[in-house]
Design a binder for this molecule. Structure first.
Ligand SMILES: [Zn+2]
Length: 177
């Protein structure tokens, strides 16, 4: 069962989590970062997990490894192509670029390449995560941040015990969904 919990929290305020694993409710020894992006800002918190679940988070399936490697090669290749295009091809297409000194062309090309390289890398990282082992996906899905604002954060917890303890710890700050 999924427990949707909205709790009052200002940005930067530390939220209280029970000291048990969000997946299997064993004693926690590790933590898992969960977060939510809204436009340019990201809010993230660390949720407790046990050592066994923490280990699973760090393991990659064969397919995951393969996609990460392909992603790395693709990101480097795309970066090099954009650099090459910015330095050599663009000046031949747009005459004013030929007047720019080489260092300016280089800065321009790097500025163009960096966001694309990051986007390609993140695309493959997301794809690779889908190929993760079921246990890893289960741990990752056990606690999610689904929404946040300047005064509240909404979580979804799958583990009943974890959700119950979280509610107890944050009782005075719970909000209506
Ligand atoms: Zn666990």
């Amino acid at each position: 069962m999924i427990h949707v919990i909205k709790v009052k929290s200002q940005p930067g305020e530390v939220l209280r989590f029970p000291k048990i694993c969000s997946h299997c409710s064993q004693a926690a020894g590790e933590r898992m970062r969960i977060g939510k992006r809204r436009g340019q800002t990201i809010r993230s918190v660390y949720v407790p997990v046990c050592e066994a679940c923490g280990r699973e988070l760090n393991l990659k399936s064969g397919e995951e490894e393969r996609l990460v490697r392909i992603g790395l090669v693709a990101a480097v290749l795309v970066g090099l192509i954009i650099l090459f295009a910015g330095l050599l091809i663009l000046p031949s297409l747009i005459s004013i670029v030929r007047l720019f000194p080489i260092w300016l062309r280089l800065i321009f090309s790097v500025a163009l390449a960096v966001p694309v390289v990051i986007a390609v890398w993140q695309l493959f990282k997301r794809r690779s995560l889908r190929a993760a082992k079921p246990i890893k996906l289960a741990v990752l899905n056990s606690a999610r941040m689904t929404h946040y604002s300047w005064r509240a954060t909404t979580f979804e917890f799958e583990n009943d015990v974890f959700a119950e303890r979280f509610n107890e710890l944050n009782e005075s700050n719970l909000m209506e969904i």
